[in-house]
Design a protein around this ligand. Structure first.
Ligand code: C6P
Length: 411
């Protein structure tokens, strides 16, 4: 099996210095990109270049470095805008990551719009980051949370979604791609249905932006958030997209720094315009610039090529792992992106993950921060192999052979 002849995976791998290292004396096979992707040299260089050549605080200095740093940071915001197809950079907020983006919406839009007698809709497959901020707020404000359950293949139950929409939820918040199952949800269709029911829509893009071309205007989502470190960029930086009218109407959250207009003990404080109203304090400047470089890098590879390559890897992994005795896949939706989760009869996922590690193969084991999903499935967790631009079909073969060997030893 090969991926597209125009996709030179070996040339791509060569751009990731970490992939040439060994783990326990074996070549590293990194199958944990859903937790965090590795970084290409172009991203490492962009961050190092900024730190060694340009660094200064932004938006507040007249000197050359301050202006260059500001231009680079705002240039990165424009790259994100273009990548997501947003109308304006006023709609692109730099945040700490997906978790931070969801908390911002909960604490600003949520605190303003949700109260006793209201309800919101989440799904069974949400990451804790798209559950807990809403539970915390619900406890304080007294609204209800309704959960859309799953079909046996790991797709969402559409009929139940419609039933929940009939309750008139103020918000529908769901993931584009499940980190535990790999299911790709139909964001456009669900968003249209939620809007018809009068709901605002937040989509967790943590596992979609690394794998799929996303256009927020086409999807018509109200809020969309993702993390830089899963898109080949740095940790500690991410994006919250929001429609301008919604962001404008929302109160600020964190106070201080760039988010102020004027501050006075006598007359109170006024707030800055978008997007700065939501960006308090000195931001992660080098992270934002490197995130821009990461999106450049992904676009250089080409989102369609990346999606196609990872699709081949996912299909191949399913086919090869299916040969292992006692294999049980968790999540067999027809449309999946970059994730294969599984269990093997009589083998604890943690033991399997530990043995694979000894063979230089990095997978994730556990509940993947989706405890409500694991509870519903009646399992403690899974072994998860997740793919990135740099994984090869040969590595997938190595994974399947290692899983078969390790499982035989552990039974
Ligand atoms: N999932 C995984 O191994 P942060 O930590 O804010 O960058 O991303 C949180 C998050 C939110 N939503 C989804 C769908 C996610 O997958 C994640 C992160 C990692 O699956 C760590 S648990």
């Amino acid at each position: 099996m090969t991926t597209s002849s125009t996709y030179d995976v070996h040339a791509i791998r060569a751009q990731f210095p970490i992939l040439s290292r060994e783990v326990h004396g074996k070549p590293l096979a990194y199958f944990d990109s859903a937790a965090s992707a590795q970084k290409p040299q172009a991203v490492i260089d962009a961050q190092a270049r900024y730190l060694s050549h340009t660094h200064s605080n932004i938006h507040r200095g007249v000197h050359a470095l301050a202006q260059e740093a500001t231009e680079a940071y705002e240039g990165a915001r424009e790259k994100v805008r273009a990548h997501l197809g947003a109308t304006s950079t006023r709609e692109i907020l730099f945040v700490g990551g997906t978790t931070d983006g969801i908390n911002l919406v909960a604490q600003t839009w949520g605190r303003t719009n949700l109260g006793t007698g209201d309800c919101i809709v989440l799904t069974r497959m949400e990451h804790h980051s798209n559950i807990v901020p809403w539970q915390m707020l619900a406890q304080e404000r007294g609204f209800d949370i309704h959960v859309v359950e799953l079909n046996p293949d790991g797709t969402l139950d559409d009929d139940q979604f419609v039933q929940h929409l009939n309750r008139g939820p103020k918000l529908v918040a769901f993931t584009h791609v499940s980190n535990a199952l790999g299911t790709v949800n139909d964001v456009k269709r669900w968003t249209a249905a939620a809007h018809d029911a009068g709901a605002t829509v937040l989509v967790d893009g943590a596992q979609s932006v690394p794998h799929l071309a996303v256009n927020v205007q086409e999807l018509d989502v109200d809020f969309y958030t993702f993390s830089g470190h899963k898109t080949y960029g740095p940790t500690g930086i991410g994006i919250l997209y929001g429609k301008e009218a919604l962001l404008d109407a929302m109160p600020p959250w964190r106070g201080g720094g760039e988010m102020i207009g004027t501050v006075s003990f006598e007359n109170g404080t006024t707030y800055n315009e978008l997007p700065y109203k939501f960006e308090a304090g000195t931001p992660h400047i080098s992270g934002g610039i490197a995130l821009g470089a990461a999106l450049d890098w992904m676009n250089g590879v080409g989102m369609a090529s990346l999606t196609a390559h990872e699709h081949v890897l996912t299909q191949h992994a399913h086919a090869r792992l299916a040969e292992v005795d006692g294999m049980r896949f968790i999540g067999t939706a027809p449309c999946k992106a970059g994730v294969v989760s599984f269990l093997i009869d009589g083998v604890h996922p943690y033991d399997l993950g530990t043995l694979l590690d000894q063979l230089g193969i990095a997978v994730r084991t556990g509940h993947h921060c989706t405890e409500p999903l694991m509870d519903k499935l009646g399992i403690p967790g899974t072994v998860r192999a997740s793919f990135g631009a740099y994984n090869t079909v040969e590595e997938v073969d190595r994974l399947a052979e290692a899983v078969a060997r390790a499982a035989a030893m552990l039974r």
